[in-house]
Design a protein around this ligand. Sequence first.
Ligand code: FNR
Length: 182
Amino acid sequence: MKTIGLVIGSLRKGSYTRAIATQAAQMLPKDFKVKELNIANLPLYNQDLDDENRAPAEWEAFRSELNVVDAVIFATPEYNRGLPAALKNALDVGSRPYGQNLWDQKPAVIISDTPGAMGGFGANHQLRQSLVFLNMPTLQQPEAYIGNVTSFLDDDLKITNDSTKKFLQSIMDAFVQLIERY
Ligand code: FNR
């Protein structure tokens, strides 16, 4: 059995990103357990706190949960053509103290989404840049830039069109293959 960490870049209650991410995660095989790594309450990263052994309890809890997942799904909206600060903060918290990068070697997939037309390309690739440095083998193809989300989410934020469901299934299938290679 594999445990997959789910990191969602939006903190908003009615998040489209959360809706897409949770429905995509349900498409994984039954023997894959999905565990959300909650990033909402992480204090901003400050290296002094690690250097002085004063890491906040929220960092410690996040690091413990991250430590035991086998792979990570990142789902993110785009903020000002980049990734949301909360998500970048989580990357930083999980990557330190120096020499203890907990993201290291965990296979990853990035799904970006937006009500706009451009699919969150800027956020997707800015995140991808950090994952290179964090040494996460990240799914390259198919790429998941999901635009116009409001056109296929119903009032309960369920995906209504088969083409998006099929596309997300193809992303999850490729992610499973990537995980099995590592
Ligand atoms: C946005 N939004 C946005 N959308 C986009 O496609 N490209 C962008 O650069 C931005 N920039 C941006 C900045 C900030 C600060 C906010 C709050 C929003 C719109 C964004 O896609 C929209 O609010 C989504 O609904 C956010 O995702 P969730 O919260 O629904 O998952």
